[in-house]
Design a protein around this ligand. Structure first.
Ligand code: NAD
Ligand code: ZN
Length: 342
């Protein structure tokens, strides 16, 4: 089969032939139809410090996918050949206290497909049946291929009650934009999204009913009276990983505000803790998706009017993967989806 492989410990990915994976009794084999390129895949392409520390070479990359089941392990129950699916790319252990309490997304032994284990950028993917998420007809393969990052957005956005609340999202990357769509869908009042990249803000405003603010040019504080908010934002969703964005968020929140943090800062970064203490702010770190509650909720929302298709800005046949990665690395794209069916 064709597979996009981190074949050498240097910048780039290589399309190679690889054997179709053999499945165990509790696995399924999935024929991959569409995949999404993630920021994580760009780190692996760039071969930055994190990738060098984390990713074994050679490795089939990729973790955002949709496809159909073409083989079932002999112990698999409740799934059928031909079932369209996406799936959770975090492979969890079943013995930790968190897993045994049903908090699968908090298992400390988690391993990621396309990061630690063979991934989804291939014509066929082996996945534990446990990780499979069947797709209803209403969700096509290209949306199925971006459920992983949509799940990050949904997990973060649903961390706090947003009904009637004023919500600030820092970072108009694909995940920030999808979080804005979710905030709108669940009934937030004002949704403001910040970035320093005008193209990203334009995309956000095209895709979702949000107020875009370019914090390189405009003061966030001026937006608060303009929207007739008295004090500031009730809830912040940090989706940039940028230190200045978090500082601005803390300043712009009401007393007793709540912040969910998804963005990953590049290293240790200073935080003005006294502001957080005196404003009585609640902070929540967010990792991955809740397995499988986030999947359940996002599919239900997609079946009931949540529309994130506009965040997909580029579609390529997989042989043009280099163009897809170039679009991602430009920082100007939304989601880039690769088609493996050709
Ligand atoms: P992205 O890099 O595409 O988007 C981040 C955006 O933040 C960019 O558009 C950038 O211009 C913007 N930004 C930079 N400085 C800013 C500032 N001062 N104020 C506001 N915006 C600023 O990332 P993405 O794919 O949308 O993911 C969002 C974040 O979530 C990333 O940090 C990513 O690493 C992280 N992430 C975390 C998890 C997790 O499990 N915690 C999972 C997936 C992604
Ligand atoms: Zn991803």
């Amino acid at each position: 089969m064709k597979a996009l492989v981190k074949a050498e410990p240097r910048e780039g990915l290589w399309m190679q032939r690889a054997p179709v994976p053999e499945i165990g009794p509790e696995d399924v084999l999935i024929k991959v139809n569409r995949t999404g390129i993630c920021g994580t895949d760009v780190h692996i392409w760039n071969w930055d410090d994190w990738a060098q520390r984390t990713v074994p070479v050679p490795l089939i990359t990729g973790h955002e996918f949709a496809g159909e089941i073409v083989e079932l392990g002999r112990a698999v129950e409740g799934l059928e050949l031909g079932q369209r699916c996406s799936g959770e790319g975090h492979l969890i252990g079943k013995t930790s206290r968190q897993s045994r309490a049903g908090k699968f997304h908090l298992d400390p032994a988690t391993r990621g497909i396309g990061v630690n284990e063979q991934g989804a950028f291939a014509q066929y993917l082996r996945l534990p049946a446990f990780n499979v998420v069947p797709l209803p007809d209403a969700i096509d393969d290209e949306i199925g291929a971006i459920l992983d990052p949509l799940g990050n957005a949904v997990h973060t956005a649903l961390s706090f009650d947003l009904v009637g609340e004023d919500v600030l999202i820092t970072g108009a990357g694909p995940i920030g934009i999808m979080a804005a769509a979710v905030a709108r869908h669940v009934g937030a009042r004002h949704v403001v999204i910040t970035d320093v990249n005008p193209e990203r803000l334009e995309l956000a405003a095209r895709v979702v009913d949000v107020v875009p603010v370019n914090v390189a040019e405009e003061e966030l504080a001026e937006v608060i009276p303009r929207l007739k908010m008295k004090q500031g934002f009730d809830v912040g969703l940090e989706m940039s990983g940028n230190q200045r964005a978090l500082d601005q968020m803390v300043e712009a929140l009401v007393m007793g505000g709540r912040i969910a943090l998804l963005g990953i800062p590049p290293g240790k970064s200073p935080v003005d803790w006294s502001r957080i203490v005196f404003k009585a702010i609640t902070l929540k770190g967010v990792y991955g998706r809740e397995i499988f509650e986030t999947w359940y909720k996002m599919i239900a929302m997609l079946e009931n009017g949540l529309d994130v298709r506009g965040v997909i800005t580029h579609r390529f046949a997989v042989d043009r993967f280099a163009e897809g990665f170039a679009a991602m690395r430009s920082g100007q794209s939304g989601k880039v989806v690769l088609d493996w069916t050709g």
